[in-house]
Unconditional design. Sequence first.
Length: 132
Amino acid sequence: TFSLLVVGCPPAPALASPPASAATSLGRVHCIGTSGDMQACAHLVESWNYTVSVEDSIGTEPLPDRAVLIVDASLATAASAGLAIGAPLIVLVGAQDQPVPEGANRLVLPVRPARLRALLGQLQKTLSKSTP
């Protein structure tokens, strides 16, 4: 028979994992609009660990820098006018052939979560590459 007795200090306390709310954000998303689809989008994006801000309409404040902008179709033209050239813009539209501002990404309603998540990931990568 074999036995081993180890004399030493008491066991170390378990390492605490950071709370879920302290997890690193995947990026910034700014939503503008009041539709039910927009509200659902904002909640969905927030659940994916993006930092989300929401406005009901285009205000007098400048649009946030370094953020993907998601807007209802009715606000797309006004929103795009306040964006820097090449800034990422997603427009929620009712039909595939509905016009959107030049350079904007069209997302047909109802929003498919996988499509939205893929588009956000792609635009965030583009945004991070354009960092000076």
